[in-house]
Ligand binder design. Structure first.
Ligand SMILES: [Zn+2]
Length: 257
């Protein structure tokens, strides 16, 4: 059974330094593709290196809203634009806004500026986006909606915001990635209940740690088969049907056949 991970922090040292061992294990389990998202510029370069080693790794270019404390330096903007022209396939992530964990409001306009930078690049180059929206869901919706980005190029990662905004995103036709937190019971579960399989992907957000049935689990692509079992259970489908649709969804999202 094949599976994908649409959001894993592969450029962090935990994975990066031991990537050969990890990839061997994940490929043996059936991993088809993993998006290695970045949080800051140095990680973007590492994500590109990883893709050169493994074609199953799709680099995510992003500056995470937690890391936005100043304007992007001109040099970074130029380098990112250069890489966008030379790297394929490619995703923008992790990008977005965070008004929940980041309490200092003086950073919010900066977050928006960096997010707009990537949304603009996405619009210009038809590159899919992998979006963080914690505590700023409505603002994220409005910003994305102000650009011409096709819904199939939009992924809302680990959504846990208000239902009203979930429905707006759902009705726009975007993808949502289902996160391991559903295995332990969480507000994220309503995404799985309210959104059709045709708009779902799976993600680990590795190496985030999860408490699942009293056990502490480190997120990585190895946990995705368990998420697929849960999806099959909730949607009342066989695991093979789930695998087939999710694989098709993922390829549509990253624009590969
Ligand atoms: Zn993440």
């Amino acid at each position: 059974m094949q599976f994908h991970d649409a959001h894993c922090h592969l450029p962090i040292n935990y994975f990066y330094k031991d990537i050969d061992n990890f990839m061997k294990q994940w490929l043996d389990l059936g991993l088809e593709y993993v998006v290695g998202v970045s949080m800051k510029y140095t990680e973007i370069e590492k994500a590109i290196e990883l893709q050169k080693k493994y074609k199953q790794i799709i680099p995510g270019f992003g500056i995470h809203p937690w890391k936005v404390k100043r304007n992007m330096p001109e040099e970074q903007i130029n380098k990112i634009s250069y890489h966008v022209a030379t790297v394929s396939p490619l995703v923008f992530g992790e990008i977005g806004l965070d008004h929940h964990f980041i309490k200092k409001e003086q950073y919010y306009p900066l977050q928006e500026e960096v997010f707009r930078f990537f949304l603009n690049l996405s619009e210009q180059n038809s590159i899919p986006i992998n979006v963080h929206s914690k505590g700023a869901e409505e603002k994220v919706y409005d910003l994305i909606d102000s650009f011409s980005i096709p819904p199939s190029n939009i992924l809302i990662h680990w959504y846990s915001g208000p239902k009203k905004i979930l429905y707006k995103f759902r009705d726009k036709g975007v993808f949502f990635s289902i996160n391991p937190s559903i295995l332990g019971g969480s507000t994220h579960r309503f995404v799985l209940e309210e959104v059709e399989l045709e708009q779902l992907l799976t993600e680990s957000d590795g190496n985030v740690k999860y408490w699942i049935k009293g056990e502490r689990i480190i997120g990585s692509p190895a946990i995705i088969p368990q998420i697929m079992e849960k999806i099959a259970e909730v949607k009342n489908l066989s695991i093979d049907e789930v695998s087939e649709v999710l694989s098709r969804n993922f390829k549509e999202f990253v624009n590969i056949s």
